[in-house]
Design a protein around this ligand. Structure first.
Ligand code: FAD
Ligand code: NA7
Length: 514
């Protein structure tokens, strides 16, 4: 890796445009050393890392408009229609709560009925996104990653075809191809779904106020959308097909549901939508079926938001021409992110069976580039990836859920330390502390290696990020309890965990400093 960096510094490794086709490092058989399909989190990270080693890289990125016509710029889901706009909407909600809390803290906020201006918020969010798109393009140009704003697809295992803005078909060849095309929201196969429903791809730039909204799907995206809509003063209902937050710790998911219910979000349990119709007044009539009571009902909403999961964008890639096999709508890879065709790789959301998270896509893209072009052998470690659900009380976790630990080790071999806690800042505005809870799932014997940490409360993502590094380094209960806390914080509660579930003792604290 050092050698490549030194060569690059000396100018030997990279022959600058227009001499790109005669790169000193390159295999002259191909136009490019690396072509990346998809300029999102994973694709851009891979492309930008690869050019560091003096190779010729081209990255395609193209966004198909949604059924209602929403489209966006380079950078992929996270920047345009995912993490970033979601976090900004979440922040708007937290600020709304803070205004009301400020009064209790002595601030003279005259109008307590203040409401956010949806159009202004959407414009601010979109302005930020456009600035990120611009910075991304400049960054690609500065780093000498060639960027083509077109849909790329395989002609054969080393040849990619695309259409120019004028409609001409062009072809180029690459020694390595990285597929980083990500996914897009699914629509249910029911009448009216695409005509009248929107998804997370539309909501962050939606000009109309969402109003009374039906959010269909109780995964990570559905819950977050319902929560920011509620926080902004709208009236969301979440339709749940089976359970809330499948795949996450059950106790924490139930706590999250209770916290959302306390805040006035309605849940329609064991229900699936059957049709959406537009009424003469423009509102949407949604028909649905309860799969337990076997009853059919309907209700009227201003907006229907599908959050029923995402499908991988394999269908436009003509993967058969390259011989790449798919699994459902994703691509199965080995531990080196190689597909069944050795020089074709995949990173990010398009990989089958891996976490759909931006930092996962970025790190796997970066490590892949290092292995391909800088002699590295480091593999991506997909275990113990921390994540956060950005609901008003956030839920963050790393490692195993309680159920997973019980299944893997057996109930007799795990110990669960837990506790409710009272954030100091909640006292004056008398905010509900009912759902501020945390737990550590650990081995029962020895120093009690920690297998999973779960936290619901303020700034959960910030709290768990540091503990995630500790868990990856082999954190034990002994070390955790030997760690001196930072007082008064909520994160310090992890260093004070003393009650085990097995003991049956009440995990509710008596006072703020007990
Ligand atoms: P993407 O970022 O989706 O990029 C793929 C790009 O390739 C897209 O621009 C696509 O249009 C383009 N493309 C597709 N086909 C082609 C083709 N044939 N040719 C050229 N270009 C093509 N993750 C987190 O870590 N934290 C969060 O808080 C978080 N919040 C989220 C909130 C929402 C609402 C959503 C939907 C997702 C969220 N995620 C979050 C997930 C995160 O956005 C994804 O995991 C991440 O963007 C995946 O990156 P990627 O590179 O695999 O794909
Ligand atoms: P998820 O986590 O797959 O959740 C999808 C939700 O939608 C889940 O509650 C499903 O219920 C439900 N679902 C799926 N199909 C239907 C239909 N046809 N009708 C009603 N409800 C349905 O997807 P998300 O988009 O929330 O999150 C995906 C990733 O994006 C996530 O990992 C983040 O990293 C970002 P089920 O539990 O299957 O019964």
């Amino acid at each position: 890796m050092m050698l490549f960096k030194a060569l690059r510094k000396s100018g030997l490794a990279r022959c600058k445009f227009p001499f790109r086709f005669t790169s000193c490092v390159a295999n002259q058989k191909y136009d490019y050393d690396l072509v990346v399909l998809g300029g999102g989190s994973g694709g851009l990270a891979c492309a930008k890392e690869a050019v560091e080693y003096g190779v010729r890289v081209l990255c395609f990125d193209y966004v198909k408009p949604t059924p209602v016509g929403t489209k966006w710029g380079v950078g992929g889901t996270c920047v345009n229609v995912g993490c970033i706009p979601k976090k900004l909407m979440h922040q708007a909600c937290l600020l709304g709560e803070a205004v009301h809390e400020a009064v209790a803290y002595g601030w003279n906020v005259n109008d307590q009925n203040i409401k956010p201006d949806w159009k202004k918020l959407v414009k601010s969010v979109q302005d930020h996104i456009k600035s990120v798109n611009w910075v991304t393009r400049v960054d690609l140009r500065d780093k000498k990653v060639e960027y083509v704003n077109s849909m790329g697809y395989f002609v054969d295992a080393h040849t990619i075809e695309y259409k120019t803005k004028r409609g001409e078909r062009m072809q180029l060849t690459a020694e390595y191809v990285v597929v980083a095309v990500g996914g897009r929201p699914r629509y249910p196969s029911i009448p009216g779904a695409t005509e009248y429903g929107i998804t997370s791809d539309d909501i962050f730039s939606y000009e109309k106020e969402p109003g009374r909204t039906l959010v269909v799907g109780a995964g990570y995206v559905g819950l977050e959308c319902a929560c920011f809509l509620k926080g902004l003063g709208y009236d969301p209902t979440v339709m749940v097909r089976s359970i809330v937050l499948r795949g996450f710790d059950r106790q924490m998911s139930e706590l999250l549901t209770a916290m959302m219910t306390e805040r006035g979000i309605r849940f329609l349990s064991t229900t699936i939508p059957t049709a959406v119709e537009r009424l003469p007044d423009g509102r949407l009539l949604v028909k649905y079926h309860n799969t337990v009571t076997e009853t059919d009902e309907s209700d009227v909403f201003d907006t229907v938001l599908w959050a029923i999961g995402r499908k991988g964008l394999t269908e436009d890639l003509n993967l058969e021409a390259a011989g790449v096999k798919t699994k459902n709508d994703k691509i199965a890879v080995d531990q080196t992110e190689a597909t069944n065709v050795p020089h074709i790789y995949a990173v990010g959301d398009i990989i089958y069976g891996r976490p759909e998270l931006t930092p996962v896509a970025i790190l796997s893209g970066r490590l892949l580039a290092r292995r391909l072009f800088a002699g590295s052998t480091q593999l991506m470690d997909y275990t113990d990836v921390a994540t956060t659900v950005f609901t008003p009380l956030e839920y963050a976790c790393v490692g195993m859920s309680e159920e997973m630990a019980i299944e893997k080790l057996g109930p007799e071999n795990i110990e669960v330390f837990h506790g409710y806690y009272k954030p100091t800042e909640f006292f004056i505005p008398q905010k509900s502390v009912r759902h501020c809870y945390l737990k550590a799932v650990a081995e029962v014997s020895g120093d009690q290696k920690i297998l999973g940490l779960h936290y619901m409360g303020p700034v959960a993502g910030e709290v768990i990020q540091g503990f995630a590094a500790a868990l990856k380094s082999g954190l034990t209960v002994k070390t955790l309890l030997n760690t001196v806390g930072i007082h008064p914080t909520t994160a310090e509660e992890f260093t004070r965990l003393s009650i085990t579930k097995r003991s049956g003792r009440d995990p509710t604290p008596a006072s703020c400093c007990s």
